[in-house]
Design a protein around this ligand. Structure first.
Ligand code: BGC
Length: 730
């Protein structure tokens, strides 16, 4: 069994730097150089191995090893296989590139850059001997205070589905198995093992499952990880409906399913539901428990063989046993990877407010005052298992500003001004007053925003007061916000002229922020979630954990260091997703609530205009596709990128539908004065809704509106489309 020390090392390494438990040992079986050449299909090779294994070996193979591994089968010449977290870079195996967190990648709306990141992550994994990446995660941003929203791809199922595909393809094209997680409805980290997500069928299908389906069917993910939380009364790791009926039978998943760490509750439960690999250890899939279940007749011996075969088939498919685990032709980190991390950071950061203060003009500025707890040691990521604790480079925002300000004007003075709990020290007030611009680096770190709990809605440590106080002394301020989500902005937004939302920008944060502030790069990120004026504006939180609890730091009672703890059914906390489809902008637009910043919103230093909206057809038969196109022109003075967004509305349907749903987008870069036509295909999935009575997707005859815009609230044109006939599809 895993020792207490190992468990604690793993837990603390999530926020405290370089402890990664495998670092000291390195990769076991690194000297393995591959099995003799064998051209049989992976399934056949897997079946052959299974047939040579004893039953004890089969049982043993279906549980993890040393926290992050799959066991070796020495007798048959198979080495151990290693996994690592995850979506923002390879963690735990020495220095690695810390990429922007997935929410920042999602804010780029840039499929190509996301693929570049995941190629690089795949290469770093290969260089380190990692064969399975424990990501990406695509749980929907349902509540704005979930401690793990930063690890996922936002509130919209279409956006997440579109972006997770290039992510997985990139990793897997490098020969590394991706693991889509956490299946399903893990939309909160508050007492995550206890929170029983109660979700109706239609909502499940329309909001919470699409990104998983895309990962399985379009990107062909090799692995899937279940969630900590129960869903509709069954533990995720024992959820037959999700794992057998939907994942395997409906979607045709041919990879393997692993549990999240310490989230299994019985041998027969997980075996019958179709879980293949229990992680991290053999709590239930061990000889004693399996034989007990066999004796009771609740499982069959052959089920174990199927589990082994599922895992082995994927390992053979990816060539894991045909090569050495460490590929020295790849780099563990490199200047090229740092550059990709930098470009993605610049592309994701989202400019939310700019009252003629940005970009900063270095020919005119003489003094910059930098304030806030995150100016120095700016966090590269949120806390928990995704945290890349040993980035290959590190450069905080203060250093970035200092370096870049001097690049063109040696006379600019950048002064860091100390503040504590929102108070600027009296002797620094003059510096703030006389500065040409004040940069406030505020937000959250991996301590307040992390796996294991909810993050507070208000900026911690009185940083809101700091912004207000600084604004009184000098109105020329810009807030640089580090946060994986939206947060309270209403009280302090009027006190600042600029707001750049940076999510967690990874190791490039310092350079990226400085490049954006000084206009060397033009912001083009767009919010992948709705930012509300008040926490209570979200319907989802009306049936949730009380706000007082959310606001307490480290608010989970039953996880964190207690993660091995079993949560009995009687201790479950039922959270009914009563808002149904009305998540994020679907709610705000349908209920006409004014957000602070809308989904899809983000400013640029240049201006864009849309013109000539066209539909290739004005009438289609249900199931047919069409092309929507629009011309985008850069009407300003900077090179910049715009994201054209297409939303649809079903004007009349037998079941209520949200006011608007994103169904297409394209990011385009244009020089000043340049125009280009953007064309987006709308296929049948753009028009259907899930009909829970019919148990299928439905397109109903009638009129649809196609909105052409640059955010969910900035709609330039609307066009009607008529659909003839009805269609049901799966
Ligand atoms: C997380 C997973 C992660 C695993 C391994 C768990 O706590 O929920 O996302 O992959 O740890 O580190």
């Amino acid at each position: 069994m895993q020792s207490k020390e190992v468990k604690e090392a793993r837990f603390y390494s999530m926020t405290d730097g370089d402890i990664g438990i495998m670092n000291e040992k390195g990769i076991e079986d690194a000297s393995f150089s591959g099995l003799p050449s064998d051209t049989r299909p992976p399934e056949e090779r897997a079946a052959d191995i299974v047939s040579q294994m004893t039953f004890s070996e089969q049982i043993s193979f279906c549980s993890g090893y040393e926290n992050l591994g799959i066991k070796k089968i020495e007798r048959l010449g198979l080495p151990s296989v290693w996994c690592s977290d995850a979506s923002a870079g390879v963690r735990c195996f020495g220095k690695a590139t810390a990429f922007p967190s997935p929410i920042a990648m999602a804010a780029s709306w840039n499929r190509n850059l996301i693929k570049a990141c995941s190629w690089a992550i795949g290469e770093e994994a290969r260089a380190k001997g990692i064969s399975i990446l424990l990501g990406p995660g695509v749980n929907i941003y349902r509540v704005p205070t979930c401690g793990r929203n930063f690890e996922y791809m936002g509130e919209d199922p279409y956006l997440a589905s579109e972006l997770v595909v290039p992510y997985i393809e990139g990793v897997q094209e490098k020969g590394v198995i991706a693991t889509i997680k956490h299946f399903a409805c893990n939309n909160s980290d508050y007492d995550r093992k206890r929170m029983n997500s109660i979700v109706d069928e239609r909502t499940l299908r329309e909001i919470y499952l699409p990104a998983f389906k895309a990962a399985v069917q379009k990107a062909k993910t090799g692995a899937l990880m279940t969630a900590y939380n129960p869903v509709n009364g069954d533990y995720s790791s024992e959820n037959k409906y999700l794992l057998c009926d939907i994942l395997r039978k409906e979607w045709g998943f041919d990879g393997f399913v692993m549990s999240d760490w310490w989230s299994t509750y019985s041998a027969e439960g997980i075996i019958s539901a179709g879980l293949d690999l229990e992680m991290p250890l053999d709590k239930w899939i061990n000889e004693k428990e399996v034989n007990l279940a066999l004796k009771k007749g609740t499982i069959k011996k052959e089920q174990i063989a199927i589990m082994v075969k599922n895992i082995l088939t994927v390992l053979f498919r990816f060539g894991i046993y045909d090569r050495s685990p460490i590929d020295t032709s790849f780099k563990e980190y490199s200047p090229e990877h740092s550059q990709i991390a930098f470009e993605t950071a610049c592309d994701g950061a989202t400019l939310l407010k700019n009252e003629k203060i940005l970009p900063l003009d270095r020919t005119k500025i003489k003094k910059i005052a930098v304030l806030g707890p995150l100016a120095q040691n700016t966090p590269v990521g949120g806390g928990g298992s995704s945290f890349v604790s040993t980035p290959s480079e590190k450069f905080d925002i203060l250093s970035g500003i200092k370096e870049l300000s001097l690049a063109t004007n040696k006379k600019i003075e950048t002064v860091f001004v100390e503040s504590k709990e929102g108070i600027i020290s009296p002797d620094a007030i003059e510096t703030v007053k006389t500065a040409d611009v004040v940069i406030l680096c505020v937000g959250y770190t991996g301590v307040e925003e992390s796996e294991f709990y909810e993050k507070p809605w208000n900026l911690p440590y009185n940083q809101d007061k700091l912004i207000i106080e600084a604004g009184k002394i000098n109105p020329n301020s810009v807030v640089v916000l580090t946060s994986g989500t939206g947060c309270e902005t209403e009280s302090w937004l009027p006190s600042t002229k600029g707001l750049l939302h940076c999510y967690y920008l990874g190791q490039a944060v310092g350079h990226a922020v400085a490049s954006l502030l000084f206009g060397e790069k033009n912001p083009s990120g767009k919010l992948p979630f709705t930012m509300a004026k008040k926490w209570e504006d979200f319907r989802s939180v009306q049936n949730y954990v009380p706000k007082e609890d959310v606001d307490k730091t480290n608010n989970s009672q039953m996880d964190g260091p207690e993660m091995v703890l079993e949560i009995a059914k009687k201790e479950w906390l039922d959270v009914e997703y009563k808002e149904k489809l009305l998540v994020g902008y679907r709610q705000f637009d349908t209920e006409k609530i004014t957000p602070q910043f809308s989904f899809g919103f983000g400013l640029s230093y240049t201006s864009f205009e849309l013109s000539n909206p066209e539909l290739s057809l004005e009438t289609i038969n249900a199931g047919e596709e069409l092309t929507a196109s629009v011309t985008v022109s850069n009407t300003g003075e900077f090179l910049g990128a715009e994201v054209v967004q297409l939303y649809i509305k079903d004007q009349k349907s037998s079941l209520p539908r949200p006011e608007k749903e994103l169904k297409g987008f394209s990011k385009i870069s244009l020089s000043p004065g340049e125009s280009k036509k953007v064309s987006i295909t709308l296929n049948k999935e753009a028009f259907g809704f899930y009909n829970d009575q019919l148990k299928s997707w439905s397109i109903e005859e009638g009129l649809f509106t196609i909105f052409f815009g640059t955010s969910s609230r900035e709609i330039s044109f609307k066009k009607d489309l008529s659909i003839k006939g009805n269609l049901q599809y799966l």
